[in-house]
Design a protein around this ligand. Structure first.
Ligand code: NAP
Length: 287
């Protein structure tokens, strides 16, 4: 008969296994997800990370989280493995690891790496959640779309959501192919807004404002507009109509944008980015 102490130890270990999160790669995204998890109450003792770089490990250790040079040490005993390395090294990293299968959830945040490749590099029935975060995740204000394969249990689904909510908002997809559209909208999206900011700053300088003032006015306006539009009610279209009085300055500006087919250009840009995301995922699947 098993001693009560050792049974309790084993139950404690099993419980710990499901809540323990191992990050492979301790770079920018891992750091922001780990910081967010700790800020939302996850015990640092239940998180660990691996990275070949001692500098990166030191940064993570400063958060109270154990780190290892060897990926295998980090993933042993973890219920959730977050692959947070660059897409180019992910195949070699996963092929070099033994992942327990059904009891270990693999979360991949690598851009453009399809589930089929992740399964080929682990096992055919490996529970996997593939995510597309965006750069604001580094400040905890990102938005991430997630897609789970058929082997992810409801508990693992909840764990993946908890990990990615540490970096901002999340949305679940029911079709992996939708990740190409997500990449084009929220993945590349911050760059579209930065592009608009650049163009507005340049125009403001041409109108005679100094660069510092042009930058200040543009960035505060972008922030204010995002805050006003953020909950979707009123819609962006209504908000725009509300500030467009007939014969006024905004109407003049919007009609120049329309005459230059800026709306059509944005649509072409987003559609082009989605097509490129699909091509890149196909190329990654071939490797
Ligand atoms: N940053 C974003 O906003 C963003 C947005 C969407 C998706 N993503 C995805 O998130 C992933 C991580 O991006 P990131 O910006 O955090 O990159 P990063 O800062 O370069 O972090 C990757 C880390 O992995 C380490 N690494 C390299 N080879 C390794 C190995 N064999 N085993 C373990 N660790 C290894 C790197 O170390 P060295 O520096 O020494 O090579 C680096 O510290 C990428 O797949 C990217 O596509 C990022």
């Amino acid at each position: 008969m098993e001693a009560e102490g050792s049974l309790n130890d084993r139950q404690e270990n099993d419980k710990r296994d499901t809540t323990r999160i191992a990050f492979i790669g301790a770079g920018n995204m891992a750091r922001s997800l780990i910081s967010g998890l700790i800020a939302s109450g996850h015990a640092p003792a239940d998180i660990c990370a691996s990275d070949p770089s001692v500098e990166q490990r030191n940064v993570i250790e400063a958060l109270g989280v154990a780190t290892y040079a060897a990926n295998a040490t980090a993933v042993a005993g973890a219920g959730v493995i977050v692959a947070a390395v660059k897409p180019q090294v992910l195949g070699a990293v996963l092929k070099g690891l033994t992942i327990r299968g059904a009891t270990q959830l693999l979360i991949s945040i690598a851009a453009g790496v399809p589930i089929s490749s992740l399964e080929a590099w682990t096992s055919a029935k490996q529970p996997i959640v593939r995510c597309m975060p965006n750069t604001p995740a580094l400040l905890g204000v990102g938005v991430t779309a997630l897609y789970a394969n058929a082997y992810v249990t409801p508990d693992q689904h909840a764990s993946a959501q908890q990990v990615l909510e540490a970096a901002g908002k999340v949305v679940w997809l029911t079709d992996e192919a939708q990740l190409d559209a997500v990449t084009a909208v929220s993945g590349s999206g911050p760059a579209y807004f930065f592009y608009l900011m650049e163009a507005m700053i340049a125009a403001a300088v041409e109108l005679g404002l100094d660069r510092e003032t042009a930058m200040f006015l543009t960035l505060e306006t972008a922030y204010g507009a995002a805050r006003m539009a953020r909950n979707g009610d009123p819609s962006p279209a209504t908000l725009r109509e509300n500030v467009t009085s007939p014969g006024g300055t905004t109407e003049c500006a919007i009609s120049i944008l329309d005459n230059n087919n800026v709306r059509g250009g944005i649509k072409q840009a987003v559609v082009g980015a989605a097509r490129r995301a699909q091509e890149l995922a196909e190329e990654s699947g071939d490797s």
